[in-house]
Design a binder for this molecule. Structure first.
Ligand SMILES: [Zn+2]
Length: 368
């Protein structure tokens, strides 16, 4: 299922291949976020053009709208959205930290409310497996009971215990052998709880392990300590997924700690808010200095946007709030991160990861 191709000698960074029903995913990789079955402002065709090979959707949101009947009627999410590459689905456990969804959690499952009509839903581990299997994602996630990072140890220990019980219920309810299932390790910001959780999850037959409840507002150093404590004892032969990390600096750091898969709205949100990534740092396209700038967003980028359009034009579109400006900016930022991940994989295969990281970050920290 997961094959390691090359490992860095100095750190825990590695590159490998994860086999799924929709092709082999080369790790480490970054997934654009398609919560409702679409990456904001980008078509599936454009995602393919920039070389993205896996996205992540939210199964609970899709269950609410358009509903499983609509998705099954099309033959699953891949066919519904015309995307024949990898899809991860999140279980809905993340909704625990959203006030618009969360009501309470009990031993049975998560009690949620629909942000669309306010109706109550009980999301059990069994229900979550049924939803994700109907959607037909390539990789399903267990339902977890995620504590917020600021809670005391006793509370986090209880939530971690519930997460473990639900992980076993998910395994028992998961019957689609073409779909991979990832377990989620919790434990808040407590290293001993994190280790205990990783031991528990890795003792079960999951295809990969997610590090849950991180990148949710805790200090960065806490997050790095927790990743280190968890990955120290993680099985080498299973992919590790960290949710919610997406800046090049953070991705580099987490890859050196041993993380293989990432997702985040960071590149798409930045694009919508006029911050574009280039090999010479981030640029604020809104600034007056780009009004007459005939260069592409990034001279080192080979994306379809940089091949054709100028900073001057994108500056104008953004100032006029033309939707095309959002589209072009988003396609470029996602292409930038996709190419960045590809360059990391190449540097790992060629044994020059450290040098690549140093040179990239040196140049990327520049400001316009
Ligand atoms: Zn570009």
């Amino acid at each position: 299922m997961f094959e390691i191709i090359a490992e860095d000698k100095k750190t825990r960074a590695r590159t490998g291949l994860l086999k799924t029903a929709h092709g082999k995913l080369e790790t480490p990789f970054f997934m654009p976020v398609a919560t409702k079955g679409a990456v904001k402002y980008v078509s599936a065709d454009d995602l393919k053009k920039i070389g993205a090979f896996c996205i992540i959707s939210n199964s609970f949101v899709l269950y609410l709208k358009p509903g499983l009947d609509v998705i099954s009627h099309s033959g699953g999410l891949h066919k519904f959205m015309k995307w024949n590459r990898g899809i991860f689905t999140d279980s809905g456990g993340f909704q625990c930290c959203r006030e618009s969804f969360f009501v309470k959690s009990t031993a049975e499952g998560l009690h949620l409310k629909s942000p669309f009509d306010g109706r109550a839903h009980l999301l059990t581990p069994e229900k979550s497996m049924e939803i994700q299997q109907t959607i037909g994602s390539d990789i399903a996630m267990c339902l977890d009971d995620m504590p917020s990072f600021s809670r005391d140890k006793k509370y986090v220990a209880e939530k971690t215990k519930t997460t473990h019980e639900w992980a076993e219920r998910c395994l028992a309810a998961h019957t689609d052998k073409k779909q991979l299932l990832f377990g989620i390790a919790q434990g808040g910001v407590y290293a001993d709880l994190r280790k205990k959780s990783m031991k528990f999850i890795s003792s079960h037959e999951f295809d990969g392990i997610a590090l849950g409840g991180l990148a949710i507002g805790e200090p960065l150093s806490n997050m790095h300590d927790m990743i280190t404590a968890t990955i120290e004892i993680a099985p080498r032969d299973k992919p590790r997924y960290l949710m919610g990390v997406g800046s090049p600096e953070d991705i580099f750091k987490c890859i050196t700690l041993g993380v293989d898969c990432f997702d985040s709205t960071f590149p798409t949100q930045n694009a919508r808010h006029n911050t574009l990534f280039t090999h010479k740092g981030k640029i604020k396209i809104f600034k007056g200095r780009y009004k007459h700038d005939l260069k592409p967003i990034d001279e080192e980028c080979d994306c379809p946007v940089c091949a054709k359009y100028t900073r001057s034009y994108i500056h104008h579109l953004k100032r006029m709030e033309e939707p095309l400006g959002m589209m072009l900016a988003t396609v470029h930022n996602l292409a930038f991160i996709t190419n960045f991940m590809k360059d990391i994989r190449t540097s790992l295969k060629e044994g020059r990861f450290y040098k690549f990281q140093k040179e990239f970050l040196e140049s990327f920290k520049k400001r316009d």
